[in-house]
Design a protein around this ligand. Structure first.
Ligand code: SF4
Length: 377
């Protein structure tokens, strides 16, 4: 039996944020029908995988999953338990946004089976939040974290850095605010200009200016120094955790484990095959009604891609297990690049610890360059 994760995409949002390229819709009248379609899709894949896989995490991502009524989330969790072998201590995460929940709804989500909350704060600065077109303000963000902490012990917050006019002092204030709240995990992402977003258009039209890569790297370096010196372990490029609170679901992605995704735009990776669902709600619903699945595209992972993905994911997270690597990929690049690796170690971009080859803080700041050097020497 393979340890794996389950992902459910909930595409509903109360509006579209300027920087977002996730699939989301602002009409809520299809929520019940959507939950019913998810159940059909789950049943289909359960027949294929429930004898070979057990699941230690469930992740409701979006969109804004906390806009779904708790009764529908509970129904989905019950169906997952009915169809799949889910471990008794599975981590079950719900993404939520301040302004979409209150103490009572958070309590209902806990009763429905959720045991980890991930809150899309993005910034504690009202100007930043206005720029990002978020619906909440900083006061509501703090209230939501405090309310969640009365109910959950496992809380992540998402933050974004390198926003326009964000000085280093302003970003450090954000981090200070974050660590003073009862959170066990922080995801800190650099603002990415995704194609097709309103923000991308504004930058192209020179109506908004974003600082360059050097400044971005400086803010990232500050983030690593600040959080690691305050008791947070840096365990993936953008993720920091207190002891015992690593996100089990994301670890499935980073450790190259299998995962099954349901719903619009959801991705799956099972037995060296990867597929993704239709993004549009209409196409998803029509396809599930027709044959219980909604696959838009599918690919088999070649041995070469599998090697590169494994190295990339491992180095970006817990480190490359050299023994495991040698067993899985004898005579491959890392083994043949001993000199390059030693050179990167001497320059303090990499280090070895307990059989793992890991990035240093300095290495994380140029992580992509290092991966290119190693994978395409
Ligand atoms: S709330 Fe999240 S998923 Fe929805 S539009 Fe904003 S950034 Fe995108």
């Amino acid at each position: 039996m393979k340890e794996s994760g389950l992902y459910i995409h909930i595409p509903f949002c109360d509006h579209k944020c300027v920087y977002c390229d996730f699939y989301s819709i602002t009409k809520f009248d299809e929520m019940d029908r959507y939950a019913a379609a998810l159940e059909i899709e789950m049943k289909h894949y359960a027949a294929l995988f429930s004898n070979s896989h057990y699941f230690t995490s469930v992740f409701f991502g979006g969109g804004t999953p906390s806009l779904m009524p708790p009764r529908l989330i509970e129904g989905i969790i019950n169906s997952l338990h009915k169809f799949f072998n889910i471990s008794a201590d599975a981590e079950i995460t719900l993404e939520t946004n301040p302004g979409t929940v209150n103490f009572e709804t958070l309590k209902s989500f806990k009763s429905s089976g959720i045991n980890r909350i991930s809150i899309g704060i993005q910034s504690f600065d009202d100007e930043d939040l206005k720029f990002l077109t978020r619906v909440h303000n900083s006061k509501e963000a703090i209230t939501t974290v405090r309310q969640a902490a009365e109910i959950f012990t496992n809380i992540n917050i998402d933050l974004i850095f390198n926003l326009p006019n964000q000085t280093k002092e302003k970003w450090l204030l954000n981090l200070e605010q974050a660590i003073n709240l009862p959170v066990s995990h922080i995801s800190a992402y650099s603002l990415i200009l995704e194609r097709g977003t309103i923000l991308n258009k504004l930058v192209k039209e020179k109506k908004v200016t974003i600082s360059d890569e050097d400044y971005d790297a400086q803010l990232y370096g500050l983030t690593i120094d600040f959080l690691t010196s305050r008791g947070f372990n840096h365990y993936e490029v953008s993720n920091f955790t207190k002891v015992g609170h690593e996100c089990r679901h994301n670890n499935h992605y980073w450790r190259y484990n299998n995962y099954l995704g349901f719903g619009t735009s959801a991705h799956s990776f099972m037995n060296n095959e990867r597929w993704n669902n239709f993004r549009s709600l209409r196409l998803y619903m029509e396809s599930v009604a027709e044959d219980s699945t909604a696959v838009a595209s599918r690919e088999s992972i070649s041995a070469e891609s599998s090697h590169d993905e494994y190295v990339m994911l491992a180095l970006r997270s817990k480190g490359l297990d050299l023994n495991e690597y040698e067993t899985m990929f004898a005579n491959k690049i890392i083994i043949n690049s001993a000199k390059l690796i030693e050179d990167l170690i001497a320059k303090k971009y990499l280090y070895k610890e307990k059989g793992l080859l890991k990035l240093t803080g300095k290495g994380y700041c140029i992580c992509d360059e290092i991966l290119v050097k190693i994978l395409f020497p």
